[in-house]
Write a protein that binds this ligand. Structure first.
Ligand SMILES: *Cc1c(COP(=O)(O)O)cnc(C)c1O
Length: 403
């Protein structure tokens, strides 16, 4: 395992060197769904999984997808990576590759709504059942492990409650019980490096901060060469057979956006920190990992790459869904951001997760985990003048009676 202190994810991306076919500064885009072979024997070998470096068919891999995958593997410090058509297109095949009928998963209870719905409603149809636990309590996580457990699943910074997972602690439990630790790092790219802290697999929705333009979907599985080869295997690989492969044009565009990720994350974090401190001082119930009042603040500090800040996500609780809705509509009217799900855009995005992105989670479970009706989740934008944004937001809050 590498030392976190010496691990420089943005340098690793910067240091990659690719050229296009004609010396272009960007790699050429592979605009083909299928590839020729110089000999029939090589085609046969490729199907047998023995022809390294040969392209076969674009659902398997493409040069553009490999470039993006290698950049993301460099960012996460894993041997390699496989990109997918969406975050869910990376998460679901990876889980299915590790688990078969009768197997069990210990999952954080605060995870992305789609992942929760998959584990809770879909995977049981295949005989794969999950226990959902408070991931911040390591003894609760360990107690939920059974002889059938195959994986521990969590998000480094959870959606939408921004709980911080103790990745080193979870990795030690996983190792002790011979399980795999899968970490979705979508909320904290560059800031947290789960594989360096001991996770076996790092997953991302590229749709969010990494692409950062809200113009495409994408996902990635970062892990060992052995895992990625298995996922791509033509005979029994879940990525290959379930078919959520990324298109080369998208891979090329995401790779270009990835190069500014470090600058964007710094600005998202700076703006979010500024607003979180102001909101908290104003007396709003504010959750942001950068605040000393956050229960995971010290843990986050101990496992983060500090130059990227505490991330762009924060939540406030304005008391009721009605108030949350009125406030969000007013903020949109005054052009402070968009009432939209998703995250990582240049504009601020806000939504009430209880009735949107986490509505897959039943109401009683929502209240048990602290997901209240009046919760607004913000993905703070790249605003050049965050002081002005704050003044305008504060006025909105006064106008709807939240402040
Ligand atoms: C959005 C998201 C996903 C799913 O990604 P898609 O690209 O929408 O399929 C998974 N995990 C987290 C934390 C997310 O925010």
């Amino acid at each position: 395992m590498k030392d976190t202190k010496d691990f420089k994810p943005a340098n690793n991306i910067q240091d990659l060197q690719y050229f296009g076919e004609f010396g272009g500064v960007n790699p050429s885009i592979s605009d083909s769904s299928t590839y020729t072979f110089l000999s029939a024997k090589t085609m046969f070998d490729t199907f047998e999984g023995n022809a390294d470096g040969c392209y076969l068919y674009s659902r398997h891999s493409t040069p553009s997808n490999l470039y993006l995958g290698e950049a993301l593997a460099a960012m996460e410090g894993t041997e390699t990576a496989n990109v997918a058509a969406s975050g869910m297109g990376a998460i679901t095949p990876t889980i299915l590759q590790f688990c078969e009928t009768g197997d069990h998963i210990v999952s954080s209870r605060t995870i992305y709504g789609g992942t929760y719905a998959f584990l809770k409603n879909f995977a049981p149809r295949l005989g794969i059942n999950s226990s959902f636990v408070d991931i911040t309590k390591l003894e609760v996580v360990e107690a939920a492990i059974t002889s059938k457990t195959k994986i521990i699943y969590c998000e480094s910074v959870s959606n939408p409650l921004l709980e911080i997972a103790d990745i080193k602690g979870l990795a030690a439990i996983a190792k002790k019980h011979k399980l795999k630790l899968l970490v979705d790092n979508t909320f904290s790219p560059l800031t947290i490096s789960p594989a360096v802290l001991g996770a076996d697999v790092v997953l991302h929705s590229l749709t969010k901060f990494i692409n950062g333009s809200s113009d495409t979907m994408g996902g990635v599985v970062c892990g060992s060469q052995e895992l990625i080869d298995t996922l791509r295997n033509v005979n029994d690989g879940a990525c290959m057979l379930l078919g959520a492969s990324m298109d080369s044009l998208r891979a090329a565009s995401i790779l270009k956006n990835l190069r500014t990720l470090h600058i964007r994350m710094q600005q998202h974090s700076k703006n979010a920190m500024f607003l979180a401190e102001k909101f908290e001082k104003d007396g709003l119930r504010t959750v942001y990992p950068g605040l000393a009042s956050h229960t995971g603040h010290e843990l986050m500090k101990s496992q983060m790459n500090p130059q990227y800040g505490f991330g762009g996500m924060l939540t406030i609780d304005v008391g009721s869904l009605d108030k949350a809705n009125t406030l969000m509509e007013l903020m949109q009217e005054r052009n402070l951001g968009y009432l939209a799900v998703s995250l990582g855009f240049y504009k601020t995005l806000f939504s009430a997760p209880g009735s949107s992105t986490s509505s897959e989670i039943p109401e009683e479970e929502q209240s048990e985990m602290g997901l209240t009706d009046g919760l607004i989740r913000f993905s703070i934008g790249l605003d050049a003048d965050i002081k002005r944004t704050y003044q305008l937001m504060k006025q909105c809050m006064k106008d709807v009676g939240v402040l």
